[in-house]
Write a protein that binds this ligand. Sequence first.
Ligand code: PNS
Length: 163
Amino acid sequence: MAESLAVVPGSFDPITLGHRDVIERTTGLFDQVIVGVADNHAKQALFSLEERLELIEECVAGLENVRAAAIRGLLAEFCRQVGATVIVKGLRGGQDLGHEEPMALVNKELTGVETIFLAAAPAWGHVSSSIVKDVAKHGGDVSSYVSPGVRVALLRQLGRSVQ
Ligand code: PNS
């Protein structure tokens, strides 16, 4: 039987422990998982695509059957090319659903790829890359929200001292 493959897409600027939780839970549902990194046209990224890929590799090290890849065009087309029939996204509540539902429907119309939503675990429901960047920018401690490597990269990128 063919192996099942899911894509967990996002801008991951940077990857948080909330993202990691969704990726880990996805490994329990599919044989292989690709963490797909794309630019969100609505957001100005702090890290380059290459830097985000490296930070994902560091954060998901230890999770089996997970790899990271850049998505440079349409997510739906990327899924078709790699043979993934499912997109998995974490949902942190109604606001996320309002944003994600149209994308899920368009992706389905484009190539037939389905989207499955995982409810964010309560421990991570309030965590987002945007909040983490804002906390770090203002000198707050982000070590509960991101992996050690991401924390260091974030502080360096923001020109703050790393302790
Ligand atoms: O983490 P984000 O910012 O919510 O992720 C959004 C992302 C990157 C998954 C979305 O912008 C995307 O799929 N971009 C790739 C281009 C694409 O397929 N656009 C049409 C979406 S219906």
